[in-house]
Write a protein of this length. Sequence first.
Length: 312
Amino acid sequence: MSDNGQLPGSGVPAAPERDWLADRFEEHRARLRAVAYRMLGSLDDADDAVQDTWVRLSRAGADEVANLGGWLTTILARVCLNMLRSRTVRREDSLEVRLPDPVVSLVTDSGPEDEAVLADSVGLALLVVLDALTPAERLAFVLHDMFGLPFEEIAPLVGRTPVAARQLASRARRRVSGADRPAPEPDIGRQREVVDAFFAAARGGDFDALVRVLDPGVVLRIDIGARGGGTRELQGADVVARQALSGLTSGLAAVRLIPAVVNGAAGVIITRRDRPVTVIGFTVADGKIVEIDSIADRERVRRATAAVLPGV
């Protein structure tokens, strides 16, 4: 073994140092995963990015790192930026579009601590908007507006000056806020009342009651997976009400609605014959549903609900 505690010729720290590094890394894992999820909108990709960051730390060591949290965030951001750029190229080739991965817990669950970090103030609707940003805009906005990183530290990551990095975040902020986007209802209890009214009307076949609970410009996004045709988007209260009536009245006896928290907001898990088939997240504002994000890709639904519906 060399004097610096590494295995000879490997560049890999010896076991005691690896254990110490692993303990230090675990102190930052939840925050790193939260950053990566906001950057990537995919839980699997976020875990891959965090793992890649750990590999780089284990190779580099932390002997001369004064601010380990900042160093890890910087490395993670570079990993995520590369993943976003690669994803952008793939989408240009394949026209792939999909909703972000949902973070799901049951209404009665407190949820693991890392899920609470992920779900806090990062609804599916926000992630959809973030997904429309350029990789550099998304990085600047997430790191600065969500995690308070100064533009002087963001600038080298995107190859810009601090002023240019500030402009990236400003452009992203304008697109995220939107001129006509109402502020979401902060009270999840009130959200739940509106969502319950939506399902009561849908299951009762009451078209007029459905329209009353929907914002006139409501947007419904349905992701049924690449094999099923990708993501469909419907807009307008009448159109969305008809879709809801069609979707929730077929095979009604076999369908169960399980109240859930989806990315920190009121949502549901729909099961059919006790198998989860759909996860739906709602955005409620001014007492109306303004956005509905429905994920019906069976494999993604299974992964999203596995922890809260064990054995299903």
